[in-house]
Design a protein around this ligand. Structure first.
Ligand code: BES
Ligand code: MN
Ligand code: ZN
Length: 495
């Protein structure tokens, strides 16, 4: 899908479909007014007859209006200007592309950027690109007869006045971000028998091949052994698939600039291990590598944007399965940091692979480390499927990530990392245990990770509730690629 932004008059525009907005009560947007004039007041007539009332996210498709060059016009209801918010502005764009995809139009010209949709032009540009890409996304590569690809290929974001130069960059970045999201979704949706640790490593190498700015390295289990990653290796013991430890180094700034390190949980299937999960919905644990997928998607987007930053992607990847060889509750292991861990529940495995990956990250002398993980079911209970859980050992970093999430509409909500929770991880036999009990499960998981991040600025995103959808709409969301990409864009623009 190709996007462009330009100044143009709607009545002159040749296109498969023009999209213009109508506010609730029938007030036409400036672009709609121009079309109205050229079509002998056809739009006003439809409004006064009650065919279009302008209610938020409603649509009306019109064919071959006389007096204009476009084949179709799609009227989109914008609701009341005073009532537009994050949610209905995104709903409006989703409805727009839902309807456009029902038509055979190959290209469309949208006059919505000028409206700002309750925010500003940059917001509309980003959300337009995300909505268009989402509607065109297909998850049927493993069906014997995949559906036909959407016919809509070219999308123009049109403005009546000359668009600000900066919007071109916003559009370019949003397009790169949407490609990263699609990659994260594709990988997330793949089943565990296809998307193994080896498969993720192959994907990471392919991204390294496609972009000169990225260098991918993959460590094998014997390398992890040498590094002392006893915690990570304890998780993979029950699996026949070899664990992989992937690093992707992106160089976009001078060598001496300290990198931002992104660490993604890459459990390609989480059965719980000997602490086996119940059967219902266990298939969804193929999504337990969505943190890793978001790192791959963000690294790809980064290379496509060519940001002047240094960034390292780190992905510890393995399966969590039971077997005669598997780690048992009560086993004590030594992490790469030297700290010992009593494993009371083998289903709390994410933190066991992340702690060694976090310790390893120090090797890059990082400016900032951010880990992304489908870490706790408790996070889904706390925040539902709307916000990702955010923790940080530095307030400024937390604020920057929250702001990036707002900007990209991929939001997070901060939870406390207070010392008061730490004693819940005390063990009688080791330096710590890997679970803190049912109460505050998301927080104690973050507290566990914080014991391995004392030497650098660090944030943790728990994406258990946001990385995929269940039920009829089952599928990966591509989150939090938009948040991460926006954070990196903001960092690059600051330095
Ligand atoms: N991958 C799961 C977390 C998860 C569960 C994400 C359900 C999304 C939906 C993680 O490895 C896990 O099993 N966590 C346990 C931790 C517990 C044993 C302390 C959990 O949340 O139940
Ligand atoms: Mn688990
Ligand atoms: Zn897990």
């Amino acid at each position: 899908m190709e996007f462009s932004i330009k100044q143009s008059l709607p009545e002159k525009q040749r296109s498969g479909c023009l999209v213009v907005g109508v506010y609730e009560g029938g007030k036409l947007t400036a672009a709609a007014q121009l079309l109205n004039k050229s079509t002998k007041h056809a739009l006003n007539e439809l409004v006064s007859r009650g065919d279009m009332n302008g209610k938020s996210a409603t649509t009306l498709l019109l064919h071959k209006l006389p007096g204009i060059a476009a084949e179709r016009v799609l009227l989109v209801g914008l609701g009341k200007a005073s009532e537009i918010n994050n949610k209905n502005s995104v709903d409006i764009l989703r409805a727009t592309f839902g309807k456009l995809n029902d038509t055979p139009a190959k290209d469309a010209v949208l006059y919505l950027t000028d409206e700002g949709l309750g925010k500003d032009a940059a917001w509309v540009v980003r959300q337009t690109v995300f909505a268009a890409t989402e509607q065109a996304f297909r998850a049927d590569s493993l069906k014997s007869k995949p559906a036909k690809a959407a016919s809509l290929k070219n999308i123009t974001l049109a403005t009546l006045d000359k668009p600000a130069v900066a919007l071109k960059t916003v559009l370019e970045y949003a397009s790169a971000t949407s490609h990263g999201m699609s990659l994260a979704k594709t990988l997330g949706n793949l089943p565990g028998n296809v998307c193994t640790p080896t498969y993720l490593a192959t994907q990471a190498k392919a991204i390294g091949k496609a972009h000169k700015s990225i260098k991918t390295t993959v460590l094998e289990e014997k390398d992890m052994q040498k590094l002392g990653m006893g915690s990570l290796l304890s998780v993979t013991r029950g699996s026949e698939q070899p664990a992989k430890f992937i690093t992707m180094e992106y160089h976009g700034a001078e060598k001496k600039q300290k990198p931002i390190v992104l660490v993604g949980k890459g459990i390609t299937f989480d059965s719980g291990g000997i602490s086996l999960k119940p059967g219902a919905e266990m298939d969804e644990m193929k999504y337990d590598m969505c943190g890793a997928a978001s790192v791959l998607g963000t690294m790809q987007a980064l290379a496509e944007m060519g940001l002047k930053l240094n960034v390292v992607g780190v992905i510890p990847s393995c399966e969590n399965l039971p077997s005669g060889n598997a780690t048992k509750p009560g086993d004590i292991v030594t992490s790469m940091s030297g700290q010992t861990i009593e494993i009371l529940n083998t289903d709390a495995e994410g933190r066991l692979i992340l702690c060694d990956a976090l310790t390893y990250s120090a090797k890059f002398k990082p400016d900032t480390v951010i880990d992304i993980a489908t870490l706790t079911g408790a996070c889904v209970i706390a925040l539902g499927h709307v916000a990702s859980g955010l923790f940080s050992n530095e307030e400024k970093l937390a604020k920057e990530l929250l702001a990036a999430g707002e900007q990209a509409h991929d939001r997070a909500w901060q939870l406390p990392l207070w010392e008061d929770y730490q004693p819940l991880l005390d063990s009688n036999f080791a330096d710590m245990q890997n679970i803190g009990g049912r109460a505050g499960g998301t927080i104690t998981a973050a507290c566990f990770l914080s014991r391995f991040t004392k030497d650098f600025r660090w944030a943790h995103l728990d994406i258990a509730g946001t990385a995929w959808k269940s039920g009829k709409e089952k599928g990966a969301t591509g989150r939090p690629v938009p948040l991460l990409a926006q954070y990196l864009i903001n960092r690059a623009q600051k330095s």
